[in-house]
Structures are given as structure tokens and as C-alpha cells.
Design a protein around this ligand. Sequence first.
Ligand code: XIL
Length: 326
Amino acid sequence: NLKDVADFPLGNIVSASKLASTSASNTTFKDILNQEYNSITAENDMKMANMFTGPDTYDFSDGDAIVAYALENGFRVHGHALIWHSSIPNWLNTFEGTDEEFEAQIEAYVKATVAHFAEVTDGDGVPVVASWDVVNEYFDGSAVRTSLFTQRIGTDFHEKAFQWAREADPDVKLFYNDYNIAGEVDKRNAIISMVSNFISDDIPIDGIGMQMHLNHDWPSTDLPTSIQDIADTGLLVHISELDVKANYSDDLSELTVERAQAQEEQYQRVGYYYTSIVPQAQQFGLTIWGVRDQDSWLYDGGSDWPLLYDNDFNTKITHRGLVDGL
Ligand code: XIL
């Protein structure tokens, strides 16, 4: 069992509808989740587009169902994600108020959401939602990504967001989350300098999420270097969305043995470098972005096989790779 091999929380993703479903496949899904994992992230249900339904109007019902499941079954919940350019509700895109009114909406949403999910605690008084990705994908390469938030609030919207989240909850762990931190050295350096600016300006931040959407052969030498660089910030390190494409660069009609082995090795390397490089006190956990291949956002009608279980929920050699690495 994955969670028994690791000294830190092992996560996977859920949706409220899957957790509520009693179909055969969703029952098997939940069995695997309960056996192998002790942390969950909402794949989409706790994103802005799903929760922020109108001006000063929120719908937390999906997140609440996920938190209730977590409480009942002993999972930690990682909140994902308060602000992301790719999950903006339609009404907000066309919001006709002034920029000040726009900012007031975002401030109220961040505070209301964090405060709401701080309410549920387990039997020991520990909040079920331990953490939030406060800002997701602020950078595009090493530049600040242009988005509705930079346009209407300014390029410092991310600093404000972390401060609002902290005002709403003094204890919840606040993460910055992004992709290609391992593969793009310029982006990585931009994130590291953002963190040092946060620290010198007293902007609260507790951790960095390295998404880790990898390919079977990429990145190679940068993988340990990047994990070391991120750990050197002294913050918590979350491998937050691990998956490994096997078929990104060519056109395999099925997963070959050779390619599966490269993928296995990549999973093994992530587990090994995370465990051996990140100091234990900074190991927030490792979350895999999906259970079965066919449930992956990268599955693409069967043209990739990025995860640890096949479509019949059998473990693949990638699963063994990760266990070996941990
Ligand atoms: C993806 C989900 O897996 C998809 O179901 C959805 O359509 C789009 O978002 N980086 C992130 C995640 O931070 O939230 C994304 O999840 C994958 C990329």
C-alpha cells in the first residue's frame, strides 16, 4: 500500500459526484482510495468557477461533500485552488463593476472560502482542510502571466491573495502551485525569487506545490536539481499533481514494454528524489493526479497511459516504480 510505504501523506484526486456514486467502478475507486491514500485534492470541485457562483454568492456544497467523506474516512484535504486564470466563472469575466469592486469581490471570495473550509475539524481538533493552493500558475515561463487578475487588480494580486487567505485563517498552510518547475529553470528561479520577496515583505506563504506533470523521458537531470532548489527555500514541498505521459512525442498505438519501463523509472525517480532530498519536516506529501488511466485529464481517448492503475483498476509497473522510489 502506497500510504504505508511513505513517511508523508500520499494523495489522489476526487470529485463529489464520484464519492457519492455507488456504481461498481466508483465503489472500486473508493476502495483503492481508502487503501492506498490518506490525502485528497478536489480535481475541479474546489476551484473558483465551481464555488464562486455570482457576486457575493458561493456554493460550497461539492467541497463540503468531499470534506465530509474525508472526515469519515480519515483523509486530509488539500484545497485546490483559490485563484487560477483557467477557472474563472463566466459572470466574473464579464463583471461590469469598477476595478475596486472587482478586487473587493475576489477578497471576499478568498476570505469566505478559506473561513468556510476552516470550520470542520476531526476528533483531535485538527482541521480537515489542511492547506490551500492560494494562487495557481501565476507565472508563464519566468514572466507574470497576463490574466483577468493582473488586468483588474494588478501584478500584485498574488500577494494580496496570500494576505487575504491568512487573515481568514491564521493556521491553514498556504501554497503557491505551478507546473514545469522541474523542467524550466527560468520559471523555477522566478518562483524562488517570488518566495524570497514574500519572506522579506512579510507576505505569508508556507509551501510550494510542484505539479509534476512529466513525460517518460523528461525532465532528466533537472529533476533532482529542481527538488533541491525548491527545498532550499525552507518551505513545505508538495508534489501536487504527479502524472507521467508515455506518448507525448510520438504516436504509439499501445503502451509498449519499453515505454512502460521508462515511465516506471520516472515515477521511481520522483519518489526517490522527493524522499531523499526534501528534509522530512518539509515533506508535505505527494499527490497523484488520478487513479485509472482513463480518468486522467491526459488520457485523450486512449492515446496516453499516465497513471498507476489500468482501466480495470489493476496496478501497473508504474505503481511498483513509485513504491520502489519511496
Ligand atoms: C485539470 C483537471 O484534471 C481537468 O479535469 C480540468 O478539465 C482542467 O483542470 N493543473 C492544475 C489542475 O492545477 O487543476 C488541472 O486539472 C491540471 C493542470
